[in-house]
Structures are given as structure tokens and as C-alpha cells.
Design a protein around this ligand. Structure first.
Ligand code: DCP
Ligand code: MG
Length: 547
């Protein structure tokens, strides 16, 4: 029997780009570097550079408040996420290229990356048995087991190299944390910022760091849990006190107090003690590429079409960027979401086969016929959107408060005939997906993007006849939810009330046909359920990421 290979010490690296959006903005305009700079989205400072932080500017403060604190602050619009997405993809590519093939890489949001460097470090040890001196800051004692200390030193060296490479190739700085778990690495990454790195040498060192802090300092320990725990045990303030009050063995009791699963309580107690064995799960290409625009109240058909073009173009650009990073994929399904003003929070969602033009092999960055292919695909997408919302557009008056498009149901590779992968029947009214709404907000600036008007779609590409006044004829009054024809005497309020009832699942007994609505709901339940589940799982994933 061959000798058993000794277990390799686990080495996890966590990277977080420094003031990410601000760094991307400053990289594009280096004259801003010495000045306080904030990035604004919807009147909030989503981040600011470290110069601004030193002057008292805080992220997630109102932009007006930030300007009051720091009148010399340069505020830059950050509503177009494209440059940040591209910068993040480029950084991921560089980190990936600096690691042995097959190294698990997981990213959270745009600027956080976890690497399971266990195998990479073991390979480095085989190649050069003498470990390098430690890079960066250390927490814990060097008298720990020699193989662990050596492995962490190699991990710190690797993190240092990757940070240097990203800085050299992209002009962006990031900080790193090194440890034996994701928890240790993540906490270590926050200890010295910007452009620095820290290693936790042991679980004990992590526990000592956490001891005086509230449990919410543990990534993943939600404020909801903490609120319930504090309500039951008001004397508890720190992780140390939590461990004293709930020693090992009292997981079930803690689960009852926190109102959670026993597994969560077990994880929480282990985390307080600095222990964590959550794996680095390799991230793949996104399963859904979508954009939504919470657009206030849009009442003109031209503005709706403009928004549809902007959203479609954005989606196609992201698909092309994803192809650069992950190779070609065919999206089989187009998802269109919309909400009419006054119909509650819940958007309507329809899924349909993706137009074949979106699967064109020319839709790749740098392809000679890219623009031509993009124009054709955009025309088809906008036509699908128009078809989906045609009934609403046919109302005498309408007001959209949300519009979104998404591509999903991907299949790897390029199809020779570029046909849709899996035809999906149109789905009905979707269940709510608040998370996706807030997270897929599309940039307002894009709605003003005049270049989108050149996409080749005109209002004539719609299905509803128009009166000379610009309104659709009264005869075309059809509920967009249940497809019931409504009398021409229906006022806007009556129409909204009808749509409200349909969205709530009731339909209308007077002007609509509830049984038709229910029949339709049943017929489409299968496909809509699939998408709903998908949006819900995205929401869940985002919540976990936020934690
Ligand atoms: N971001 C956002 N909305 C938030 C928080 C962040 O849009 N509520 C964006 C802006 C950030 C980016 O995500 O630049 C990364 O978030 P981080 O929390 O990592 O913050 P920064 O990278 O800006 O700063 P730090 O140097 O503290 O990591
Ligand atoms: Mg960051």
C-alpha cells in the first residue's frame, strides 16, 4: 500500500478591491486621485475614495449630507455599472491566470474574491520546500504547527503576487486576507486597508479578534438573529459572552432563542470560536443576465420603447462580456417583466423563447459584424417586449413603473443554426421578486442615451392602432393581465382597479372574465413557476451575499 499522504493544511485567500467604484472612476481620470471623490447612485454615496473618507465622508450617506461634510467633494455619477462590471471581470481574469488551473475561485458581488489555495500552496511546497518569509501583517502565534505556518506563509506570498499583478495590469489596488477558513480570510482582509494584507495564523487568533466584538461582526450573522438574541438575553454584548452563555452542547437552546435551524446555531457558535469549514464554491457564469428599470411613472410609448432599447442593449452587452469571460453560451429564454403604476409592488413576468438573433455567433466583442448583429438582436428583443406589453400600450392612458428584460436558460456552446435552445410557453403573472427589483435597477442615464434611438425600432413596430390624438382606440381596451376586453367606458381608475384584482388573482366579475384569467394562470403555471423559483433563489443568494 502506498504511504498515506499527510493532510494538507487548508489555505484560503480573500480579496477585496479598495473603494472599488471610486478606483475605477479615478483610473479613468487620474487627475482626481489626490481629491476627495464620491460615487453617486440615486442621491446616495455608494462609495468614496480614502481621501474623502479621511475628510469624514461616509459610504451610504446621502450625497447632500456628504457635500455638507466635505464641500470640496467631487461627486461622480455611478449609475452605469458597465465600467465596474468590466473592471471586475478583468480582475477576476488576472487572478485566475495567476493560479494553477482548477483552483476554486468564488466571487461575491463585484469586488470580493475567495480562493481555495490549498492545492496551489501544496504544489509550491513540493517545488520549493523552504517557505518564503511572511508578507504583510500577522495575527496569532508563529509557534503553531510548522506545516500550517509554512502553508500560510506560502498563501500570503501568493496573495501578495496576485495583488501586485492586479495593480500592475489594471491600476487597481486590493487588500487580502489569508487564513485557514473563509471566515478567517474575510475578517483578515478587513484589518488593514487599503492596499495591504493580513494573515490569521489560527482559529484562536480569529476568536481573540472576535471576542470583544458583537456577533454581527461575523460575516453571515444577520441582524435579525442578533435582535432576537438581544431581546432574550439583553446582557449579551460580545461573541465571548455568547460563548460563555451558550457553551458547546447548547446549540439547540441557541437555535430556539435565535429562531433558527440548529445547524445555523452550530455554525454561529463555531464561528465565535474562530472555526469555519464552509467551502469555497467555484463561481460560474451567471444563470440570469437581467436588467430592470424602476422608472418612476412612464406614460409615453416612446419613453417605454426607449427604456426597452436601453435595457435590451445593456443585456446584449453583458452577454457579450460574459462570452469573453466564460466562452459562448446560448440563452434559451427571454424574460420580460413589467409593472403598471397602481398595480401593487408585484411585477408581471413573462417568459418566452429567446429570438434566434440573440444567439448569433457575431455577438462577440471585437467581431467585425458585432454592431450589425446587435442591431438585429435589439430589434427582436424590443419587438418581444412590445408584444408582451401591447395590451397595456393599447390603453387610452397607461403608466409603467417598472420594465425589465433578462436572458436565462443557458446552454453552453454556439448552436450552428442559432435556434432557441428550449422553447418556453409564455408565462402568466409572476410572483413577487422584490430582491431582483432593487438589485437589477438599470441606470437612469441609459434612458437618456440618444444613441439607443438608432436601434432600428420605431413606434410603428407595435400592434395597436393609434388615434390622431396619439391615443389607442377605445375598442382596443384589453386587460394586460387576464386579456379580458373591457368596455370603452372604462376609466383609468376602473382599469387600475381591474388590474389590481387580476394581479391579486381575483380577476373582475363585471368587466373582466375571471374564469379566463384563472384558466390562463393555470395554463402558464408551469413555466412561470420555474422562473419565479429562479428569481427567488437569486434573491436568496443576494441576501446571503449581503449577509
Ligand atoms: N456598492 C453599492 N452599494 C452598496 C455598497 C457597495 O453599490 N450598498 C458598490 C460600491 C463599491 C462596491 O460595491 O465600490 C464594492 O463594495 P465594498 O463594500 O467592497 O466597498 P468599496 O470597495 O467601495 O470600499 P472598501 O475599500 O471599503 O472595500
Ligand atoms: Mg471593496
Amino acid at each position: 500500500m502506498p504511504p498515506k499522504r499527510p493532510r494538507r493544511p487548508r489555505v484560503i485567500l480573500a480579496f477585496d478591491l479598495d473603494c472599488f467604484y471610486a478606483s475605477v472612476v479615478i483610473r479613468a481620470n487620474p487627475a482626481l486621485a489626490p481629491l476627495p471623490v464620491a460615487v453617486n447612485q440615486k442621491h446616495l454615496v455608494v462609495t468614496c475614495n480614502y481621501v474623502a473618507r479621511a475628510l469624514g465622508v461616509r459610504t451610504m450617506s446621502r450625497t447632500a449630507d456628504a457635500l455638507a461634510v466635505c464641500p470640496s467633494l467631487t461627486v461622480v455619477d455611478g449609475s452605469d455599472l458597465s465600467p465596474f462590471r468590466r473592471a471586475a471581470a478583468a480582475v477576476r481574469a488576472t487572478v485566475r491566470a495567476g493560479l494553477p488551473p482548477g483552483t476554486p475561485l468564488q466571487w461575491l458581488g463585484l469586488d470580493e474574491i475567495f480562493v481555495d489555495a490549498t492545492a496551489a500552496v501544496a504544489a509550491a511546497a513540493d517545488a520549493a520546500p523552504r517557505p518564503p518569509p511572511f508578507r504583510g501583517h500577522l495575527r496569532g502565534s508563529l509557534v503553531d504547527a510548522e506545516d500550517v505556518v509554512s502553508a500560510l506563509a506560502r498563501g500570503a506570498e501568493l496573495a501578495h503576487e496576485l495583488r501586485a499583478r492586479v495593480k500592475r495590469e489594471h491600476g487597481l489596488t486590493m487588500r487580502a486576507g489569508i487564513g485557514r477558513s473563509k471566515l478567517a480570510a474575510k475578517l483578515a482582509a478587513g484589518l488593514h486597508k487599503p492596499d495591504d494584507q493580513t494573515t490569521f495564523l489560527s482559529a484562536d487568533a480569529v476568536a481573540r479578534h472576535l471576542a470583544p466584538l458583537p456577533p454581527t461582526a461575523i460575516p453571515g450573522f444577520g441582524r435579525g438573529y442578533w435582535a432576537r438574541l438581544s431581546a432574550e438575553c439583553p446582557e449579551l454584548e460580545t461573541t465571548q459572552q455568547l460563548l460563555e452563555r451558550f457553551p458547546r452542547g447548547s446549540e439547540r437552546l441557541l437555535a430556539q432563542v435565535m429562531g433558527c435551524d440548529e445547524k445555523v446555531a452550530t455554525w454561529a457558535l463555531r464561528a465565535c470560536a474562530g472555526e469555519d469549514d464552509v467551502p469555497v464554491t467555484a463561481s460560474g457564469p451567471p444563470k440570469l443576465v437581467s436588467n430592470e428599470d424602476a422608472m418612476g411613472n412612464v406614460t409615453s410609448r416612446e419613453a417605454v420603447l426607449r427604456a426597452a432599447r436601453a435595457l435590451g442593449r445593456h443585456m446584449l452587452t453583458r452577454l457579450a462580456d460574459d462570452t469573453d469571460e466564460f466562452g459562448p453560451r446560448q440563452p434559451g429564454t427571454l424574460v420580460v417583466r413589467f409593472r403598471l403604476t397602481g398595480t401593487g409592488y408585484k411585477p408581471t413576468q413573462r417568459a418566452m423563447p429567446m429570438p434566434a438573433s440573440v444567439c448569433s455567433p457575431c455577438l462577440r466583442n471585437g467581431h467585425a459584424r458585432f454592431e450589425e448583429a446587435l442591431t438585429a438582436a435589439l430589434r427582436d428583443i424590443v419587438q418581444k417586449v412590445v408584444d408582451t406589453i401591447a395590451d397595456a400600450l393599447a390603453m387610452p392612458r397607461f403608466s409603467f413603473s417598472l420594465l425589465g428584460v433578462g436572458a436565462t436558460n443557458f446552454r453552453a456552446g454556439t448552436l450552428p443554426n442559432a435556434a432557441p435552445a428550449t422553447p418556453v410557453p409564455a408565462s402568466g403573472n409572476a410572483s413577487e421578486s422584490r430582491g431582483s427589483i432593487t438589485n437589477f435597477l438599470a441606470p437612469k442615464a441609459q434612458r437618456r442615451d440618444r444613441s439607443l434611438d438608432n436601434a432600428g425600432i420605431s413606434a410603428a413596430g407595435t400592434t395597436s392602432p393609434r388615434t390622431p390624438e396619439g391615443h389607442t382606440s377605445a375598442a382596443a381596451l384589453v386587460c394586460p393581465i387576464c386579456s379580458a376586453r373591457l368596455p370603452s367606458s372604462t376609466t383609468n381608475e376602473m382599469l387600475n382597479a381591474h388590474v389590481d384584482r387580476c394581479v391579486a388573482g381575483g380577476g373582475s366579475s363585471k368587466s373582466g372574465t375571471p374564469s379566463a384569467s384563472r384558466k390562463r394562470s393555470r395554463a402558464v403555471a408551469g413555466s412561470s413557476q420555474r422562473i419565479d423559483n429562479f428569481f427567488q433563489s437569486k434573491r436568496h443568494q443576494r441576501r446571503s451575499e449581503e449577509k
